[in-house]
Design a protein around this ligand. Sequence first.
Ligand code: 13P
Length: 249
Amino acid sequence: MRHKLAVGNWKMNGSTSALSEIDALIPLLPDTPPHVVICPPAPLLFRASEAVHGTAITIGAQDCHMQASGAYTGDISAAMIADTGATHVIVGHSERRAAHEESNSDVRAKAAQAWSAGLKTIICIGESDEDRAADNTLDIIAGQLSGSLSDGATGANTVIAYEPIWAIGTGKVPSLDQIIEVHDFIRARLIDRFGDAIADVIPLLYGGSVKPDNAETIFRAKNVDGALVGGASLKASDFAPIISALARI
Ligand code: 13P
């Protein structure tokens, strides 16, 4: 059985005072919560890990370096992230692919470091609006998927997040048919490459303008196992109903 997962990506938002949102979220979790991962900015990882201790929430980072250690001023290794108590790391978010020119092979190398540090990776893929307008969505997804995932991917170390770039932070959400088409396609590609047993247990998240009022509809789609949530994960009062919607599915 695949597990359900709600991931909050705080991006470059929040200081220590934002940890109160984690404290506020804990009592709002449903009785049988899905796994929840909160990915705060790196300076908050340690404190956030302490704040969620003993709850259904664990902590993730938003990126890691592709090398284990060395002269990389300002970067953070996967082992350092694991040392804070974090369990997950996002790799290949479209904002990093765009602003830091991260390639599929960079993403693969980062995932390898994350796995060797014992972290689970949330690997992001998604098309631009130009790709979609040109009817290239599935080709782009296929290329990112095969290039960003290495042969060692399993249900225990990998989550895939489909985030159409044009839906991130815009309030625009693909139609349910569009989400289903891409998620079914990703699942089929995973089955082709890894076989049923592995492909069936890799969770597929949807991300891009997920809000309390659209989450449940999205979660009811086959092959959607949860969400990667940006803006609506910053406030406990927005993230809690999204988590509860996932728990109802
Ligand atoms: P929004 O939920 O703010 O659209 O962000 C999505 C995202 O990029 C999460 O990684």
